[in-house]
Design a protein around this ligand. Structure first.
Ligand code: NDP
Ligand code: 8X3
Length: 251
């Protein structure tokens, strides 16, 4: 409570739900994203309820902008307590031998390199203060590949390895690292994956009650509020009728 929480990709889905839940938890928020309009909308909504919010508009793939944004934070906002590395996306569902080079670059640059950039920029301050929490949004997709998931699954397997690696690197500090691994969550995710084909996106959630962004945000806030000696290292969160990345029972 009353922590400074930085959330990447707070303009939609899980990131926006985290913004609302951390705000309700009494935390101060640094909200980041690429879409200025949606950033100011969520900021205005939360400020109206009394939350202190600072917004940063940048693309996590653009290292220069990320450095400028984080280094330019006002003194009062510099001591980030919780970094929620949420910005990410899937693009395409083609077999690996038919995938798009651009889609691959988009996923790798955002889900792996963007997450690493934010970690590299924010964690040194946490180490200096011997305090902090990194919550990475991984995925069930990182546990095992599913048909057409190839590169997206690889990026989320990387998020697991990077979370585990960071946890080792900060084990001599009071910093905690959490890898949240959601299954099917109904957000804008599938619309983005299918390049705006909303019918195809809607089919992903047909016949099953998917998770919501709020379901994931609840776990993020729980992990953040856990006593200092408790590190929620990894959480797999699935819809009740989903058993793995590829086992989904639809009715
Ligand atoms: P949404 O598409 O609803 O939200 C994605 C968010 O990430 C948006 O705010 C988007 O901003 C932001 N984002 C994407 N690329 C960039 C970028 N280059 N720079 C800055 N921000 C960016 O999807 P979700 O909320 O579902 O996805 C959030 C995270 O959850 C992702 O990492 C995803 O892989 C993961 N996840 C999602 C699951 C699901 O089923 N939905 C399941 C498991 C994990 P903008 O509006 O600017 O595009
Ligand atoms: C998002 C969940 O199963 O669509 O990471 O890959 S899934």
């Amino acid at each position: 409570m009353n922590k400074i929480v930085l959330i990447t990709g707070a303009t939609s889905g899980i990131g926006m739900a985290c913004a609302r839940k951390f705000a309700a938890n009494g935390d101060k928020l640094i909200l980041t994203g690429r879409n200025a309009t949606r950033l100011s909308e969520i900021s205005a909504e939360l400020k109206a309820k009394g939350t202190e919010v600072y917004t940063l508009k940048f693309d996590v793939r653009n290292r220069e902008s990320a450095v400028e944004a984080i280094e330019g934070l006002p003194e009062a906002w510099k001591n980030i307590d919780v970094l929620v590395n949420n910005a990410g996306l899937a693009l395409g569902l083609e077999p690996e031998y038919e995938g798009s080079f651009d889609d691959w670059d988009g996923m790798i640059d955002t889900n792996i390199k963007g997450l690493l950039t934010m970690t590299r920029l924010v964690v040194p301050g946490m180490v200096q203060r011997n305090s902090g929490h990194i919550i990475n949004v991984g995925s069930v997709a990182g546990d095992a590949a599913y048909a057409g998931g190839n590169v997206y699954c690889a990026t989320k397997a990387a998020v697991k390895a990077l979370s585990d690696g960071l946890r080792i690197d900060v084990a001599n500090t009071a910093i905690r690292v959490t890898n949240l691994k959601p299954g099917l969550v109904e957000t804008n995710f599938s619309n983005v994956r299918f390049h705006g084909d909303s019918n195809r996106a809607a089919n992903v959630y047909k016949g099953i009650q998917p998770l919501t962004g709020d379901d994931i945000a609840d776990v993020a806030v729980y992990a953040s509020n856990a006593p200092a000696h408790v590190q929620i290292a990894e959480v797999l969160i699935l819809a009740t009728h989903q058993a793995s990345g590829s086992v989904i029972v639809r009715k």
